[in-house]
Design a protein around this ligand. Structure first.
Ligand SMILES: Nc1ncnc2c1ncn2[C@@H]1O[C@H](COP(=O)(O)OP(=O)(O)OP(=O)(O)O)[C@@H](O)[C@H]1O
Length: 205
């Protein structure tokens, strides 16, 4: 088992968003989260990434196995593409950034400052970071935003390779990635106002 989530209740800003949600992921599996805007997909991913604790329920198998790609790319604007990847490689204890440059076609941009990249180029670099983490559980929030058709295909290929290596992925996306994946619609797990709690849960916005 890669990840097990049991009977989670999650809140944002003290307001319950999801309740009674359970899911499991095994190595090699991708699970796509669906649900309308505001349903709680980001809230769920943030909790699994360890950025906010659940109000109740259990998350097993995440901790230091997660590589999280949020809406923001989290780039160091004054470092080059290569320096950004090398920085993360050092943080995560890996060394070879070449596969990440290859996978997201970044060689031509290797010496460019990240802050000077276009939105789609930044997103490619942000996603390339996943590969240098060496972590098995990718938790991805709308990973294809700003990507053109070719870059979406690069991402799908990187994801397929990750799954083939025994990795797993939990992905909130509104588009069809063209990969074999199960789909979980979180709409039935939306919390009602009756489960409102007062506890603050925002460690990071
Ligand atoms: N920082 C915050 N403080 C209070 N409420 C928040 C905060 N961030 C999000 N929310 C609310 O929490 C609920 C769930 O938001 P969340 O971002 O998890 O939804 P989502 O399914 O990812 O939506 P989208 O498809 O629009 O990205 C929404 O009602 C949203 O308005």
């Amino acid at each position: 088992m890669m990840l097990r989530v049991d009977d989670l209740t999650l809140a944002r800003g003290g307001v319950p968003v999801l309740t009674g949600l359970s899911l499991a992921l095994v190595p090699g599996q991708a699970l796509i989260l669906r649900g309308p805007n505001g349903a709680g997909k980001t809230t769920l991913l943030r909790s699994i990434a360890g950025l906010q604790p659940p109000l109740s329920g259990r998350i097993e198998g995440a901790q230091d196995r997660v590589a999280y790609a949020a809406h923001a790319d989290g780039l160091k604007a004054m470092l080059s593409v290569t320096e950004n990847l090398a920085f993360w490689a050092r943080i995560f204890g890996t060394s070879d950034i070449t596969p990440a440059l290859d996978a997201f076609d970044l060689h031509g941009l290797a010496d460019r400052l990240a802050g000077t990249l276009s939105a789609g180029q930044k997103r490619r670099l942000g996603l390339a970071r996943l590969l240098v983490t060496g972590r098995p559980l990718w938790v991805l929030d709308e990973p294809t935003i700003s990507l053109d058709t070719g870059a979406v295909a690069l991402f799908a290929a990187a994801l397929r390779a990750h799954l083939a290596r025994g990795g797993a992925a939990l992905i909130a996306t509104h588009i069809d990635l063209g990969i074999e994946a199960q789909v979980l619609d979180i709409t039935p797990f939306r919390a009602s106002a009756a489960t409102r709690a007062g506890a603050s849960d925002e460690a990071f916005l």
